[in-house]
Design a protein around this ligand. Structure first.
Ligand code: ZN
Ligand code: ZN
Length: 643
């Protein structure tokens, strides 16, 4: 007999050598039917695996929760990758297969197709059809093991050189002697597993795209064809996922940016956005909200130079720890000037120079220096992504110089500012993360300990829930990061609050205490939104380009029915502008229907139509995107619409 322990703590007696499937059957027929795999002492295994005596087991099904739910999805996606390879090999005999793992949003498989054949996305449906046949046939996944040498021979015989290479590497790098194969229907793959019992467990799947991918990600190796897909436990879950994808596509800021005249990119400046007039207004509006927090919380605003002596970056520690992300500049005509300069990747050293240039009394602390600082960071071209990953951006940065005792109050105030600001922009769900000392860091153990303790205590004092991220701090100190969830359910890191004992040392900062002696201040780096540009990108996607009235760069278009109403339209525009409302008059000689359509496409909150009647009565006809026609409003009462 073997005894295993179930999740609720009860013991289950099984025959010696009993498998996960036997355990599921012993618990109940429903579970036996639903079981996909078994967790044995925390490890995901095939249902056929014999259970060791005394092990703790959990049966994984499509209805599992938490970590097991992720494993259940992983399983069917892995199954689906194998089934896709099965279909592809049938449709294109002679195809060489390489690897096909599940990934976060689905799965892929990389193939080398025979000379002269190259499937396109138009072929995806054919592949899906084949896959469906194999899924309906409910073919079991059968595991077998054999000697590595035998496996090499087998795959050589089948002209599958990628599999051969994988086995040879396993033998060389991991000392593997035996490998496992999984067969489903006519297809056998080299695979560690595990798999669900049979192909019929794939309840819903969809192939999405085809892309090129180098074998082993190495550009000197063979270019393979990667086919992406996804799989779920139910049709409804798949539909929901596809809807989300469609929504994401429709609200992609990279598409909406040029469409709504917000921003553009040019090959002359990779990763550096050009802000068009509408986008520049959006940036100003974001900045205005941040500035309100600065005023309310006793910050003063400064501006420091963009280009600073390279020596400064040695002193700050950036040279050692951040050089690969920096742009260096030198004058064309040196004339004996050997100094090299760098574009600032961060604003802190500039702020420290400013602090260091004067004498400070303890009475001035905390000294809170805020800067909308334009920073430049070198990122590889491959990782650039619209506004979300750029090489130049504006940080809503600030550096607070204070005493140890003042840290907690400052952190409180920063957290409060973040709550208020995020709520203003419609993000109510804020997740907090505390990151501790990374591998590459400066400073002593004592400094790190007390900095980490300082942040933790501040959070605990506020009664905030937070997650711990070991090793994810900056090189100069631990930090608290703030994340929000957008309309599409994605999370974004925005604000940060970082404690730093190092930079005050390096810049020999001091203030005169009540005891008349010189003391070293602590420095807090904080940003509420992080990067204004990136935040603008997130806002564009969050709202799908259709901003709330207060945030819309243009809040209304005034649409004259005919040219003879233009003067009246301009008068109305003048009145609204006088009240601080952002409007534009559509002066084109187009039909009013066309003007309405274009204003709709521009996603403007309001359209104000003015024709004969409106002009005679001193009113406008209001159309709003959300509520359609809202009737006539006197021009005097109009401004109230925009509150
Ligand atoms: Zn596999
Ligand atoms: Zn800083």
């Amino acid at each position: 007999m073997a005894t295993v322990k179930l999740p609720d703590g009860t013991a289950l007696e099984l025959a010696d050598g009993a498998s996960g499937a036997d355990a599921a059957a012993a618990i109940g027929p429903r579970l036996a039917k639903d079981a996909l795999a078994v967790k044995v002492d925390g490890e995901l295994r095939d249902l056929t695996t014999p259970l060791p005596d005394g092990s703790e087991i959990r049966i994984v099904t499509a209805r599992s929760e938490g970590e097991d739910a992720a494993d259940a999805l992983w399983l069917v996606r892995h199954d689906a990758a194998h089934v896709m390879a099965t279909a592809v090999c049938e449709l294109w005999p002679g195809t060489r297969v390489s690897i096909g793992p599940p990934i976060e949003s689905g799965f892929y498989y990389d193939f080398e197709f025979p000379e002269g054949t190259r499937p396109t996305e138009a072929d995806l449906e054919r592949i899906e059809e084949r896959m469906r046949a194999h899924i309906e046939a409910d073919e079991p996944f059968e595991r077998s093991e054999l000697e590595a040498a035998q496996a090499v021979e087998r795959f050589q015989g089948e002209d599958q050189p990628y599999k051969v290479e994988l086995i040879e590497d396993l033998v060389r790098d991991e000392g593997v002697r035996r490998v496992s194969l999984y067969r489903n229907g006519p297809f056998t793959d080299l695979c560690r597993g595990p798999h669900a019992p049979s192909t019929g467990r794939i309840k819903a799947f969809k192939l999405s795209s085809i892309a090129g991918a180098y074998w082993r990600g190495d550009e000197r190796r063979q270019m393979l064809t990667r086919i992406y897909g996804t799989a779920f436990h139910s049709r409804a879950e798949l539909e929901h996922h596809l809807e989300r994808l469609e929504q994401a596509r429709a609200s992609d800021h990279r598409r909406l940016g040029p469409e709504l005249d917000l921003f553009m990119f040019r090959p002359e400046a990779p990763g550096m956005p050009f802000w068009l007039p509408q986008g520049t207004v959006l940036l100003r509006l974001i900045e205005r909200e941040v500035r309100e927090q600065l005023v309310r919380r006793g910050y003063v605003e400064i501006k420091t130079p963009q280009v600073l002596d390279e020596e400064l970056w040695h002193r700050s520690g950036h040279w050692e720890n951040y050089r690969e992300n920096m742009f260096f500049v030198e004058p064309a005509e040196r004339e004996g000037d050997e100094r090299r300069f760098a574009l600032k990747p961060m604003n802190c050293p500039g702020a420290c120079l400013m602090f260091a240039s004067g004498r400070h009394s303890y009475r001035e602390l905390p000294l809170r220096l805020a800067e909308f600082g334009h920073v430049s960071r070198y990122e590889r071209e491959g990782v650039l992504h619209g506004l979300l990953r750029v090489r130049a951006f504006t940080q809503d940065d600030a550096h607070v110089y204070c005493t140890l005792e003042q840290i907690a109050d400052e952190v409180d105030s920063i957290c409060e500012a973040i709550d208020e600001l995020y709520a203003r922009f419609g993000f109510d769900d804020v997740r907090v993360e505390l990151s501790t000392r990374p591998e590459k860091s400066v400073g002593t153990d004592e400094q790190w300990e007390s900095a980490e303790r300082g942040l933790r205590e501040a959070l605990e004092r506020q009664g905030r829930e937070f997650e711990l991220s070991p090793g994810e701090g900056t090189f100069y100190g631990p930090k608290i990061d703030f994340h929000v969830t957008d309309a599409l359910g994605r999370t974004w890191q925005l604000g940060t609050c970082q404690l730093d004992f190092q930079m005050p040392e390096r810049f020999e900062l001091s203030f005169q205490g009540a005891d008349n002696a010189e003391h070293r201040p602590v420095m807090i780096h904080r940003a509420l939104l992080g990067s204004l540009e990136r935040f603008a990108g997130i806002l564009i996607e969050h709202h799908g380009g259709r901003f709330p009235v207060w945030l819309a760069p243009t809040q209304a278009a005034i649409l004259p029915v005919a040219d003879r109403h233009l003067d009246y339209a301009r008068t109305v525009a003048g009145e609204l502008e006088g009240a601080g409302i952002r409007v534009r008059v559509d002066e084109r000689s187009e039909s009013v229907g066309r003007k309405i359509r274009d204003a709709e496409l521009a996603k403007l909150p309001f359209m104000l139509v003015v024709g004969e009647r409106e002009q005679a009565e001193g009113v406008v006809s209001v159309r709003s995107h959300t509520e359609g026609d809202r009737g006539q409003v006197s021009s005097a009462a109009l401004a109230a619409l925009f509150d």
